[in-house]
Each structure stands twice: as C-alpha cells, then as structure tokens.
Design a protein around this ligand. Sequence first.
Ligand SMILES: O=C(O)CCC(=O)C(=O)O
Length: 271
Amino acid sequence: MPSAALDLDLVTADELAAYHRDGFLIKKSLFSREEVDHMIQYFMDMHARKAIPGYTFLTEEEAKGDPLKLYPRIMHPHRWDKPSLEWLVDARAASVLRALLGEEPVATQSMMYFKPPGAKGQAFHQDNFYLRVRPKSCIAFWLALDRTDPDNGGLQVCPGTHTMDVACPERANLDVSFSTELVAPPTGHDPVPAILEPGDALFFNGSVVHGSTPNSSQNRWRRSWICHYAPESMREIAKWYFPILDMQGNEVKYGEAEGGGPCGTEAKGAH
Ligand SMILES: O=C(O)CCC(=O)C(=O)O
C-alpha cells in the first residue's frame, strides 16, 4: 500500500481552522471524475455478479417495493476485496486525515452505500456512539460518487456538534430511516446539507450529529464510499471494527471498548 509514504499537503490553515470550528470539512475534487465513475461501475458489477460475501440478495418480489432491500450497504468490503482496501487507505484521504487529526490515522471501517431512488435515509446520529473510540473520537471520510443534495438524500451535518458528548439516542422513525437510533439536532445547531459533486469528499468528527433523509428523487442514485478512521493514539475501540489497520494495510492491535457495533443499527427486517 503506497499511502503513508506520500506526504501530500492537502489542507490549508484556513481549512484546518474551519474544521476545528465546525467539526467538518469538504474537500472538492479529492478524487477525479474518472475514478469515481470507475468505483460506481466496480460496485454495481460486484452487486450484479452477487459477489458480496454475507450480503442478502432479495428478488423484487421479496423486497416488496423497498429499494434499500435490493441494494443494502456493503459492510467492510476492504476485508475481502483488494481495490476496496486501496480506497480505504488512499494517500489523499490519509493526508487530509493526518492534517485534521494532527497525528497518524488508523483505518477502522469501509462501507459502500448505493441508496437508489426511493431508499430510506439514516436518522441523525453520532458515529462514535458505535465505534467507541477513546480517548479522542473517530473521524469519517464520506466520498460522493454521484452528485448529492437534499433531493437524493444527501448527507446533512450539524455544525459545531463536534464538541458535544456522545448522546444516548432515542428511537428513530423507521418510515424514513433504516437505522433505529436518533440523536435530534440540538437547538442552535440546525443541519446543513452537504452538496457534493462526484469526487468531492466530506470529512467529519465522530461526535458530529449527521444523517440523511430518504432519496426522494425519481431516478438519481446517491452512491457513496464511506470510511471511518481513528487517531493512532487511541486506546480502545468497539470489537466490531477489529482488525484495525495502519495506512499501509498492516494490522495494529488496540484494546476492546465495551459495547458499540455497526455504524447505524439496522431495523429488524431492514434487508
Ligand atoms: O450516507 C448516509 O446517508 C449516512 C451515512 C452515515 O451517516 C454514516 O456512515 O455514519
């Protein structure tokens, strides 16, 4: 893996200040249009070939009109797929993460979201409720493969919530969310939509309250590549994320935090 060998300087002082003020940062065109088109093709082919270990493939009839049941997210593809591992430890992502964290990142999770038209969203939540990274928080790298905006269920983030403690969630409305936990945006921290073009990347702190509404468009997919990382100085993380990798793809051992689990608990029968 080439990642950490390259020391790219991708974050300006103003961007770093904005990240520390808001808890998130958008990097325009981090990946090229050709690269994200390739990623879309790659994961759509993987799905068409039914080449996804542990995945639930339903027929249209079994899915009963729920597009998310036909295209659930792919969890941790980097554990069995080499290109996914390379995208998880990508040198550009590593460089931005290093600047935002102020230290070396370690990789904890990869996910591919298809979110076809009509798919449910994911209720507002905080990622570190699931990852349980301590003493500092985790951080997300959310790469838009399609254009994303409120119409196709793009991500929304609540600026300034990175300084909040991790809250105890309420029950989400399962008519609009595939995941069961809700942390309502706190007063004074209204959500703002992350409007992203293909190849744009959103990075956000693991305490930031964020989520998405259903894809209410007629025909616009909202595919995204989503990875989570932690500062290498962390002491513990939820077991569900083991093995943890450095940015060269080698396993690094950490302590096991109590609880946690997949990022967004899926409602029973969600797929
Ligand atoms: O992309 C989405 O709609 C939700 C993803 C998310 O919130 C997460 O991965 O934590």
